[in-house]
Design a protein around this ligand. Sequence first.
Ligand code: GRF
Length: 196
Amino acid sequence: MKKIAVFASGSGSNFQAINDAINEKSLDAEISLLVCDKPGAYVIERAEEAGVEYFTFFPKQYETKVEFETEILKQLKARDIEFIVLAGYMRLIGCTLLAEYDGRIVNIHPSLLPAFPGKDAIGQALEAQAGVSGVTVHYVDSGMDTGPIIAQKAVMIKKEDTRETLQQRIQKVEHELFPRVLQDLFNQEKVGGVQS
Ligand code: GRF
């Protein structure tokens, strides 16, 4: 069973989907820690409900990213975390975590990368009047949504879509895709390593 940490900043519906998949035994993992950079975020309630330990912090209370990532790293090591899953963590991963977990950090993004990277990918797709957007799961490097792509799924955009309706359909795909891709990655590791 893979010991994972989920990093999130917001509502945590992807955290929930991962935890549900674990409970339903379709994902062979344990969320050993939630890392959250927004102490009031709803994802913390979800973690409490699920009985998952969490580490939450105010980035502004640290002088540098190196300082708070060093603290995060301590928390990860104390729990023998093998893999980091970014699920709505609204922050770039810095050199401290990348050095230790390179090739073992993945992120989910609500567009078909490389289209619409960064913040508000759903708003960007609507603004561009795109006919299609979707979901990408990718490895994390030092860039903004730039790491090697692992899996993607398209979501058609309808003329009448609002931000809410498109977001709903995209998130539905995320919740199904993310746990499945994680299980595939963990299976591959068992038979001889994941490329990064
Ligand atoms: C998701 O749409 C994810 O793709 C993006 O941030 C959002 C997080 O949503 N990176 P939630 O907190 O999991 O509900």
